[in-house]
Design a protein around this ligand. Structure first.
Ligand SMILES: Nc1nc2c(c(=O)[nH]1)N[C@H]1C(S)=C(S)[C@@H](COP(=O)(O)OP(=O)(O)OC[C@H]3O[C@@H](n4cnc5c(=O)[nH]c(N)nc54)[C@H](O)[C@@H]3O)O[C@H]1N2
Ligand SMILES: Nc1nc2c(c(=O)[nH]1)N[C@H]1C(S)=C(S)[C@@H](COP(=O)(O)OP(=O)(O)OC[C@H]3O[C@@H](n4cnc5c(=O)[nH]c(N)nc54)[C@H](O)[C@@H]3O)O[C@H]1N2
Ligand code: SF4
Ligand SMILES: [Mo]
Length: 759
């Protein structure tokens, strides 16, 4: 594969970086090679990485398909009236984008400029810098993928605990995965090692709740093979058994929780046998699982898309928390913990509603399923412009045709991406970003315990001429918008040249004190502190401010990690460690005793009541009563339940565009259970027509529960026909925006009524 002039890979140095294909961001080492020295020819796990410790899955080896991917956009693009694009220079692009967005702000108010995205699975610095551009524009509303998966969980956690929790799967006696397949989707560090260790140990129990026998379920001691969409009844039954069989941890509850009586009363009424029937799981298995949970020393539990993208998702998030809280599984070794975080990606608070349809905004994120409704209207407060960055909503949001219509109806759409994606092809301007291996980048998905880590990746390669890191794009936009005060910037540059102590003093005095300026801090830091950082690390400048804030919030945890002292000293030392540790660094060391003090349950009247768990959420207890009627009847025209968007061995949302990267399942087959396939006269490899209420497509059939993968069916620009997708079906051509949770608007992608016919 490698020829003549290139460095043989076995002589090339191994460079530290991270995999960017899922939230774990495992540390990797990469050898560069190929004709131009720009191919990621070999990738292996980095044993020195503090979180992943050498672990990688099969996807990391094929990261070159991301770096040297399909549809790369290298120069700013402007849309012509006929829909084609012309290349323009950066100065023109920045000044025109700034002028158009400023015009919309001045005419309709900055609230009409909507921001979507900010970070995919591994690149969260763009979102940090975009905060400055949004401030300069007065943009108020935003969203990202979390508002189609996690906002229900965040909201419930916020109200019950005033904090977000995670489970300690390495230390637990019992592990529960509810609608989650970590063997393939990970989300916990070193997932397969951890799963195998639990599965092998006779003293530990793995409980998996999934309608399919997944790779994770195959390792389980107890697999509750719930009927698709049956989880509300199953989880309600489990919580009821905890109460009815008196598996409550009364001592823990008395010391830490309010509202027990109301919850016990509601759960006492639940007819467990009926609910197990609705869920399609034998009652004995449910009792066994609940008993194991109730009697365990420690339980760690993880809910994910199988329930979060399903009917009653917010209610399930609530009842799931009841199961582990009633059994005392918070703040005890091997159970749930409250992590430290550099940046809380969303806090779960409901402070306001969306301006047009009045949808609940949780953690500042407008529900994804309502975004099109907020645009396709003549309401004066509608969103009129959008900046979309490192996200592909034309593909990833429910009801793609309607999302495309909404994006097309905007006055101005600006997309910042590395590729000419489905979304970019609707934009007025496309601003090309350097890839995650061409710039300094980092993730804020750092939620480990007791050791939490942070990894600032160094660029592996220079960017080709053309693309810019997002930090630079946002700095130029802020400058073109006239948001930066020249005197202030000059003074800070002078201070930065004198060293960081002088810089810190000047920054605190001039910026932190003035709220209007503080909102622009990311870009101010990038332009003043950035140039003093080692080569290629200027985009890390925003981390200086975040490290200071982190130090102020968690001084003891920082001190244990080796960063003692008052916040300015500890924060500075932490920042220095981040900048000088290319393989990642431990940023905080916790103690199980830290967990319960981090609980700050919010009482009914919104007053903070630190340290007490709020068990009784009235609206959700009321909702729980509605389960008594059983599941909704099936629509006879759509006898199947389609899971639209499952994680497989070679899926990674839409981060990798070339279907050739998938070792198998290139066409992203529809999986159908063998008995259903037989009944329809379908064999593996056959084509079939799949129809939902909103769409229809032809799919290839493989044995399995009826499901389609996520991230497939990307249009192929290089084949010359963007309309003709290659490599499978785009799942959201088949989903409906109205199918959503009634509290937080999250979609029901895992239970799409469908029909299947041979073709
Ligand atoms: N390989 C790979 N890994 C990824 C990603 C990727 O694209 N590819 N994406 C990352 C992202 S963004 C996320 S959010 C996570 C998501 O990670 P997961 O939530 O684990 O991913 P899914 O495969 O979508 O859904 C999990 C399980 O839900 C099950 N399920 C379907 N219907 C039901 C139901 O009615 N009840 C229950 N209990 N289960 C049901 C499915 O059978 C599936 O096994 O994965 C991350 N990791
Ligand atoms: N039907 C259905 N729909 C789903 C799901 C499902 O299970 N079923 N899953 C949902 C979930 S959980 C998620 S997380 C979303 C994911 O969907 P999105 O949040 O829309 O994100 P991705 O598909 O990950 O797209 C990431 C984008 O970032 C670009 N990119 C990569 N690197 C860089 C960079 O360095 N800079 C910039 N500016 N851009 C970059 C990529 O080209 C790509 O366009 O999809 C959701 N949609
Ligand atoms: S895709 Fe695999 S290697 Fe990459 S971060 Fe996720 S678990 Fe790690
Ligand atoms: Mo996700």
């Amino acid at each position: 594969m490698l020829c003549g002039m290139t460095v043989e890979p076995h002589h090339a140095p191994w460079l530290p970086s991270a995999c960017v294909l899922c939230e774990c961001n495992c540390g990797v080492e990469v050898q560069l090679g190929g004709d131009d020295g720009r191919r990621l020819v070999r990738v292996r796990g980095d044993r020195q990485h503090p979180a992943s410790r050498g672990y990688v899955c099969e996807k990391a080896q094929r990261l070159d398909y991301y770096q040297n991917g399909r549809d790369r956009v290298l120069y700013p693009q402007r849309r012509r009236p006929d829909g084609t694009y012309e290349t323009i220079d950066w100065d023109t692009a920045i000044s025109e984008v700034a002028a158009r967005l400023a015009g919309i702000r001045d005419t309709h108010g900055g609230e009409s400029i909507f921001y979507y995205g900010g970070g995919g699975q591994g690149n969260h610095l763009p979102g940090a810098y975009a905060a400055a551009t949004r401030r300069a524009l007065g943009s108020r509303y935003r969203s990202n993928a979390l508002a189609q998966e996690k906002t229900g969980e965040f909201w419930v956690s916020h109200r019950m605990l005033g904090a977000h929790t995670r489970g300690d799967f390495e230390g637990c006696e019992v592990a529960v995965f509810l609608g989650k397949n970590p063997w393939l989707s990970h989300s916990i560090p070193r997932a397969r090692v951890t799963l195998k260790a639990i599965s092998k140990d006779p003293a530990r129990t793995l409980i998996v709740i999934d309608p399919r026998r997944t790779r994770t379920a195959a390792l389980a001691d107890i697999h509750l093979q719930v009927r698709p969409g049956g989880d509300p009844w199953l989880v309600a039954a489990m919580a009821a058994i905890v109460v009815q069989e008196d598996l409550l941890d009364r001592e823990f509850l008395q010391a830490n929780a309010d509202g027990l009586d109301a919850v016990v009363e509601a759960l006492t009424e639940i007819p467990v046998a009926d609910y197990c029937g609705y869920a399609g799981v034998p009652e004995a298995s449910v009792r066994r699982a609940a008993g194991v949970i109730g009697r365990a020393r420690s339980v760690a539990s993880f809910e994910d898309l199988g329930v979060q993208m399903n009917r009653h998702s917010t209610l399930v998030s609530y009842m799931h928390r009841l199961v582990w809280l009633l059994t005392g599984n918070l703040g005890r070794e091997g159970s749930q913990y409250v992590p430290t975080s550099m940046v809380a990606l969303a806090d779960g608070a409901h402070k306001r509603d969306s301006p047009v349809v009045g949808a609940r905004i949780i953690g500042g994120l407008v529900p994804c399923n309502r975004i099109a409704d907020e645009i396709l209207t003549d309401h004066p407060a509608r969103y009129r412009a959008m900046i979309i960055e490192t996200a592909n909503p034309a593909h990833s949001l429910a009801d793609s045709p309607r999302v495309r219509e909404a994006l097309g109806a905007l006055d101005t759409l600006v997309v910042i991406d590395v590729a000419m994606t489905e979304t970019a092809r609707l934009a007025d301007y496309v601003l090309p970003a350097s890839t995650q291996y061409e710039k300094a980048e980092a993730t804020f998905f750092n939620v480990e315990f007791p050791h939490n880590t942070f990894h600032l990746r160094r660029p592996l390669l220079d960017a080709p001429p053309g693309p810019l890191p997002e930090a630079e794009i946002h700095a130029r936009l802020c400058e073109a918008l006239g948001a930066l005060d020249a005197d202030l910037m000059g003074a800070l540059r002078v201070a930065a040249a004198k060293g960081r102590a002088a810089f810190a003093a000047a920054f605190m005095a001039q910026v932190s004190a003035r709220p209007a300026t503080a909102g622009l801090a990311p870009v101010i830091l990038y332009r003043t502190l950035g140039p003093t950082l080692p080569h290629g690390l200027a985009p890390a400048a925003v981390l200086w401010g975040l490290a200071m804030r982190f130090a102020a919030r968690h001084p003891e945890s920082l001190a244990r990690a080796g960063f003692p002292g008052p916040p300015p000293i500890a924060g500075e030392a932490l920042f220095e460690a981040i900048v000088s540790s290319p393989r990642g660094v431990v940023i905080s060391v916790d103690d199980w005793g830290d967990v319960l003090p981090r609980v700050g349950g919010v009482a009914a009247h919104g007053t903070a009541r630190p340290r007490r768990i709020q068990l009784a959420l009235d609206d959700l207890l009321t909702e729980m009563k509605l389960l008594g009627g059983g599941p909704p009847p099936r629509d006879r025209g759509f006898p199947f339940t389609l899971s639209a968007g499952e994680r497989r061995s070679f899926t990674a949302n839409t981060i990798v565009r070339h279907p050739g990267w998938r070792r198998r399942d290139g066409e992203g087959a529809l999986r159908v259970s063998p008995s259903d396939a037989r009944a329809l006269g379908l064999a593996a490899g056959d084509s079939a027509r799949l129809t939902t209420r909103t769409g229809s497509c032809v799919v290839t059939v493989h044995p399995g529960h009826i499901s389609l993968p996520n991230g497939t069916g990307l249009s192929n620009l290089e084949a010359g026909s963007p309309e003709e997708p290659s490599g499978g079906t785009a799942p959201n051509e088949l989903t409906a925006a109205e199918d959503r949770d009634r509290f937080v608007g999250t979609p029901w992608h895992k239970c799409v009524p469908a029909r299947l016919e041979p073709v």
